[in-house]
Design a protein around this ligand. Structure first.
Ligand SMILES: Nc1ncnc2c1ncn2[C@@H]1O[C@H](COP(=O)(O)OP(=O)(O)O)[C@@H](O)[C@H]1O
Ligand SMILES: O=C(O)[C@@H](O)C(=O)COP(=O)(O)O
Length: 420
């Protein structure tokens, strides 16, 4: 293995694996830290953790465990992948995990670059934008678990890390890899080794990729992986690689626990002409809605059309439920519900699953006990089709804000696509 990656959630990890696979690397997404050695064919391993919103000490411990496994697999460089909207709170977990990984690797500097231009995430003068909005006005300020109320990445990161936060601005990035490398070194020498790097276009990310060739640790969104494969393998080899894919036309279901703006639009669109069932947080916590009943309904609906089961709700309803029951309690109940429902659905013969939401996907994949995922074709920017390595299950894990309104139908079609 050449490049060892640690993803702080499951959708984000498949997003990263998608970029590396499109870049020509042989990639596998591991669900948690594997117990044994990897297949020797694998060039980039993505260890997906559900560590974005767990307590800081647990996130650090899990990330170090993943790092140790990747080191043992022989990786030459490591990538910590977090969300392109930098999902975190003033307490962490991004900063503490970066500190711990740098310390374990003896790294003198690293970069922080969540830019992902294909989905409208860009960084300019240290500020993160989602399309033409500052992050803090993009809808992410209402996220149920990690409300992002400040777009200045330097200011958001500072209380999370024990190290100085530096910055390499766009004008340096536009000057190319050498200038970026010198900029990072200058910041590290000045006592600011955790360096936010501006990036607006894919070509910026390619230049940054070349600039970080010798850093032991790189951190960012999936965009930062655009320029990394060429540091390990020659461009001709990478360009010649094709992803083999054979989908499945079996029973399907859609599970959506994401409350993000785009997912709510996708839910509205799909439920207009498909079977759909809304899960209400109050009813769930009162025990009035159970996975067994919902899975029964969905399994019978699935013979006609893929049913949608969703808890996706607008910010007012989310806030009201959190005030009544507590943020952690609601999240645990909803995630536990989706995990168990997914398990029952696969037992009932469902072989295609579309899951929306990072935490939701983590809960579902852990609930199903999946070990590893093969990466298939891209359904939408940042969202690949996936195949479970140990059973007949085809799935996709959609990040909250990714895809267009018709994503669910598009995903179902790709999951059943056969070779031509
Ligand atoms: N109706 C609801 N009320 C309160 N919280 C909810 C509701 N539906 C989902 N949640 C919680 O909101 C969180 C959504 O996070 P996630 O699945 O990561 O979506 P996203 O990818 O949009 O961030 C989950 O923890 C989920 O359990
Ligand atoms: O970088 C991204 O935006 C995604 O890869 C990602 O991490 C999304 O997380 P969720 O929105 O929580 O699914």
């Amino acid at each position: 293995m050449l490049l060892g990656c640690i993803g702080d959630d499951f959708t984000g990890s498949s997003d990263l694996a998608n970029t590396l696979a499109k870049g020509g690397m042989r990639v596998v997404q591991y669900c948690g830290v594997p117990h044994g050695p990897c297949d020797p064919q694998v060039e980039a391993g993505v260890v997906a953790l559900k560590s974005r919103t767990i307590p800081v000490a647990d996130a650090v411990a899990k990330s170090l465990q993943a790092l140790d496994w990747l080191v043992a697999e022989g990786c030459r460089q490591f990538l910590f992948k977090y969300c392109s909207t930098f999902d975190s709170t003033p307490d962490g977990n991004i900063g503490p995990v970066i500190d711990a990984l740098m310390h374990r690797l003896g790294a003198a500097a690293t970069i922080v670059c969540p830019a992902f231009p294909a989905t409208g995430r860009s960084i300019y003068q240290g500020h993160l934008f989602v399309k033409d909005r500052l992050l803090s006005e993009s809808g992410m300020e209402n996220h149920p678990l990690t409300p992002m109320t400040d777009a200045d990445l330097r200011r958001w990161l500072a209380p999370q890390t024990r190290q100085g936060v530096g910055h390499v601005a766009a004008e340096t990035v536009f000057s190319g890899a050498e200038a970026i490398r010198a900029g990072i070194a200058r910041e590290a020498e000045a006592g600011r080794p955790v360096v936010v790097v501006d990036a607006i276009r894919d070509e910026d990310l390619l230049a940054i990729g070349a600039a970080v060739r010798d850093l032991a640790l790189v951190t960012g969104g999936s965009g930062i992986a655009l320029g990394l494969p060429a540091n390990f393998l020659d461009r001709e080899t990478l360009a010649g690689r094709k992803t083999a894919w054979c989908g499945d036309g079996g029973l399907a279901a859609i599970l959506s626990g994401s409350c993000s703006t785009m997912t709510r639009a996708q839910v509205e669109r799909y439920r207009a002409d498909h079977p759909a069932l809304e899960i209400d947080a109050d009813r769930l916590l009162a025990g009035d809605e159970t996975p067994a009943e919902v899975a029964d309904w969905a399994a019978s609906a699935a013979s006609k059309a893929a049913p949608l089961i969703y808890s996706s709700a607008d910010p007012e309803r989310v806030k009201a439920a959190q005030q009544r029951h507590g943020k952690e309690r609601v999240a645990a109940a909803v995630e536990g519900f989706f995990a168990e429902t997914a398990r029952l659905l696969t037992e009932a013969g469902v072989t295609r699953l579309v899951v929306a939401g990072g935490e939701t996907s983590g809960a579902v994949v852990e609930g199903l006990g999946l070990e590893a995922l093969q990466i298939g074709p891209e359904i939408a920017p940042g969202v690949p089709a996936l195949k479970a390595s140990d059973r007949p299950l085809w799935l996709t894990l959609k990040s909250g804000n990714f895809g267009t309104e018709t994503f669910f139908a598009e995903a179902l079609a790709v999951l059943k696509r056969r070779p031509e």
